[in-house]
Design a protein around this ligand. Sequence first.
Ligand code: ASP
Ligand code: MG
Length: 414
Amino acid sequence: MMKFGGTSMAGTERIRTVASIVKREVDAGNEVAVVVSAMSGETDRLVNFCREASPIYDPAEYDVVVASGEQVTSGLLALSLQALGVPARSWLGWQLPIRTMEAHEKARIDTVETEGLVAAMQAGKVAVIPGFQGLMGDNRVATLGRGGSDTSAVAIAAAIKADRCDIYTDVDGVYTTDPRIVPKAQKLQMVTYEEMLELASVGAKVLQTRSVGLAMKEGVRVQVLSSFVEPGQAPTPGTMIVSDEEIEGSDMERQLITGVAYDKNEAKIILTRVPDKPGAVAHIFGPLADAAINVDMIIQNVGREKGETDVTFTLPRADLARASQILENAKETIGFNRILHDSTIAKISIVGVGMKSHAGVAATMFEALAERGINIEAISTSEIKISVLINEDFTELAVRVLHTAYGLDAEDAA
Ligand code: ASP
Ligand code: MG
C-alpha cells in the first residue's frame, strides 16, 4: 500500500513523479494499491465554496463537494500510470465500497470491501483509490474529517493485509524534534505506535492522529517518507512506525527519550477561590464537557484557609472564548471569585517508551529548564510522556535545551 499526500499530488508534473515512484514498486514485482489526497489547497478551496453557498451548510452536500478533490487526483494518477505503460484503474469510495458510519463531514470507516480491488491487483492492475471518502448506509457520499486520507490508507492496508503502508509526504520522516528549531534534530529510524500517538497529540503533525490509532489496533506497519525525489532516483527510507516488540527485536539502539514536541495552540484558565468541597470541580468541568470542549492539564492548588482553592486548566486556544462564557454563566453554581486567562503559553512534551523503565527522567527535564530560568506553570504525565506548560516566548529555547539534555543532538550536523 502506498499513499501520497496533497503536496505530492499538486499538479500534473508532481503526479508524474508519483507515477514513477509507483512504477518502481510494480517493476519490483509488488501488487500495489495507492491512496491519494486532493491537490494541496484544493480541499480548503472546496470548503470555502460550501461556506459561500450556505453559511450553515448541509454536511451531506458538503461531503459531495469536498470529496471531489480526491476524485480528480485518483483519475489523474491512473492516467499518468497508463502513460508510463503501467495498467491502472481508479476505485472511488462508493465503487469498492468503503462503508462509513456516524456523521457526515467526520465519518468513521466501518468496513472496506476488497473483492474487486484484490481481483484487479492480482490481474496486474494498480488500484488507485481516492482517500478521505466513503459511503454512508443510505448510499450517500461521506468524508472522514480533514487529513482523513491517512486513515483511508491504513484502513485499506489492513483490509487487504498489505505488508506495509508507505505514506509519502513532503517530509522525509519523523524527527526527534522540529528541525526548524533544532538543526541537529535527527530522523528516527523507528518509533512505536504509542510514541507516534503521543507525538501527534502534542503537535508533531505528520499523520492524522486517528490513522496512527487505527494502525496500532490493526497492526499495520506504517512508513513515513518523502515523495520529493530526483527524477529516476529511489525514495530514501523514512521512519517506520511499528510495535514495541518489533523495535525490541531489532538491533536499533534506543534512547531514553524519543522526541521533544511543542504545542502553541493551548490556553490557560485559572478560577480563583473555588469552594474546596466535594462536587466543586464537577461543576466546572461538567458544562465544558457538555460543550465538547477538551480540557487537557488540570491542577487544583492546595486549599486556602477559608476552604477555598484555585483551579487551573488548559484547553485549545480556539475554545477559550466559548469556555470563558460557559464558566461565567455557571458562576453561581461553581462559586468562584475571578476567572483569569492566558493564551501566551506553550506546552512542551518529551516522549519515549524508554521512560517506562528509568527513574530520573522528569528530574532531568525540570533541572534543564530551571538552569535556563524557564518557569514551569503546570505539569502532566502519562506512562511515556511528560508535558510542562511554560511561557510561549521560551518555546524554542526549551525545545533546544531539552533536545540537548537528553542527548538527541546529531553529532555530525552543523
Ligand atoms: N484532502 C483532505 C484534506 O485536505 C484529506 C487529506 O488530504 O488527508 O483534509
Ligand atoms: Mg495529510
